[in-house]
Design a protein around this ligand. Sequence first.
Ligand code: F6P
Length: 548
Amino acid sequence: MALKASNPTTTKAWEKLQAHFETIKSTHLKDLFSADAKRADDLTVKWEDFYADFSKNRITTETVDLLVELANELDLKDAISKYFEGDIINATEGRAVLHTALRAPEDAEVFVDGENVIPGIHEVKRKIETFTNAVVNGDHKGHTGKAITDVVNIGIGGSDLGPAMVVDSLQYYKNQLETHFVSNVDGDHYQEVIKNLNPETTLFVIVSKTFTTQETLSNANSIRAWFLKSLPQEAVAKHFVAVSTNIESVKGFGIAEENIFPMKDWVGGRFSLWSAVGLSISLALGYKHFESLLDGAHKMDTHFKTADFNENIPVIAALLTVWYNNFFQAESEAIIPYTQYLNQFATYLQQGIMESNGKSVDRDGQKVNYQTGTLIWGEPGTNSQHAFFQLIHQGTKLIPTDFIGYVESLYGNKDHHNKLMSNYFAQTEALMNGKTEAEVLAEFEGSTLSEEAIKTLAPFKIFDGNKPTTSLLIQKLTPESLGKLIAMYEHKIFVQGILWNVYSYDQFGVELGKQLAKSILKELEEDDIKANHDASTESLVAFFKKNC
Ligand code: F6P
């Protein structure tokens, strides 16, 4: 069944939230803490190895109750059932959205067009496991009889960002295989990656759901041409495998059927790392770790499906986005992991969140009259503290920020980890409390500066504080806890889309540029083709052609 559609701003709960917002919008977080001794406890959710503290947000328990009322009025429960049960919730593409089925246990049942998809999923998983073991153990030899030492993932968007982020994030758990990622159609990208590779010991994994993506096919073709300079055509079978829904086109590329890892069209690109798209993850970390990643995600799925909304981490996280985006008019959200391992996490979530909810037409086909998808950005702390935190602390923009930290570090260096985490705690406290004029003046006590000079300097040193943060404290970065974390954001995306009444699983917005690029490419390649452009584009193209 289709998702229900209602404009959230016409609900009773929205009206109540608007009134509630007027009463709370100027209240300082410090005052909310002084007024309620139980606040930290009431606004924290402890689940498995996750400690999710929402109390440094500009909310009260009443805010959460009203937001939950909104979710209930918009029938989020019904939408969640449809999401997990394989209903056609990606209506504009006529598809179910079933990344959750990819991590469901073998005895689960999820039906699409009357067929239980779980056995097929586990068949592909067994194929991934067998192939991974053969490559990692050295049983799968290259054409000249040498073991594989390097794996190159060729894909873009969801066929690159998820696997690349997970492999980088879990590099501590990696095996001996070197893993590389080629995504950009910029020829310098693939050239840099292959320049030190030996074709005899390299495995190429071409990942493209559609197998029509210009970037991926260009890179795959150029890399195959490079490969064939050293090895014969029949060597392709040992060195090239593919992941796709488009089996015929993959075969047309010259990859034998046994080297194709299929995926289904109900897996969205940006949610596909759990499918065969995760083959590079499995190769890089070993199948067991890939499986743990999936298990973690499944645990989060269960939490999301079963926990009351007031105790549900992804639901509360999504409700908070609506609160800030639609009431405080905040435009962006920062995601700051306090681990260098999650260096690519915000980039990965940019696609997940912005491609999903960057929509302006609602599920009734009408232009929305409220804000939808937020801008997502971030970098690991403490590096980001020395880069853009100034603006979060003292700029004019309200930037709700997720702080992701770990209780244990992986190498166990206590000295460094305490320093890292003292920053994690300090930043959220500083963002909340700020620094008052009295505190600033107290700091000048005993200073040799004149009273006049102190008065001049003081305003620059005042911090308003009242900047909202969510602290996620996780026991340890493991494949399982990363699976939980990614799934948490996936469900947050889903809930946001339901509340904003948009379709989160299509991405028509990326098509227009692609179409235009195709026709401009012809112009760049052939002298006599001249297309109709605006004056700016025409001059730019002419300048490029003249000087290249
Ligand atoms: O950027 C648009 C997009 O369709 C993404 O959604 C997708 O992840 C990416 O292109 C790659 O697509 P494919 O896996 O079909 O090559």
